[in-house]
Design a binder for this molecule. Sequence first.
Ligand code: IMP
Ligand code: MG
Length: 188
Amino acid sequence: MNDLKVLIQREKIAERVGQLGADITRDFAGQSVIFVGVLKGAAIFLADLARQVKLDSTFDFIGVSSYGNRPSPSDELRSGWDSTGEVRLTKDVDQSMRDKNVILVEDILDTGMTLTYLKKLLLGHQPRALKVAALLDKPSRRKMPIEGDYVGFKIPDEFVVGYGLDYAERYRNLADICVVPRVVVPKK
Ligand code: IMP
Ligand code: MG
């Protein structure tokens, strides 16, 4: 796809991730934290964020997929698509979260279904604290009342790729965050 347009340049991402890391370092001063990344989109954000947090820390990863009518990749490019929001766990965390400071790391907060499900699941582990770090946030798409605690950038309702985010598993390795043009659906 040649018509990707840069939305957020790598330098701006690095600067903002540095600020989020400083915020987490300050908020949990003197304590340790566990970063729990949501596979696969959060892998790159987690790697960069964790290196900006000057605290004792460990990593874990959790995997999810959506049931049922998750749209096909091409549907995701049509404006106004909807997921059913039914989330299924494909990989659980490896370590106990009990009494730990957990930072759930996600690439993007969209409808909020995924993070609502994951927060509920992790709260069942009785962590000492549970915070959400999301690199991107599309507030206009929200269906569940959830906000990130550490949010990189609020963006409009566009489909974006790069820095971990994919379109049909591709483009995760782009260093900048780019917009994929919407498919124009012809009128009948
Ligand atoms: P939510 O459950 O609707 O909040 O969706 C979150 C998930 O949808 C993210 O983890 C992404 O995998 C995917 N997603 C939402 N918006 C985008 C986008 O613009 N580009 C790539 N993936 C997206
Ligand atoms: Mg995805």
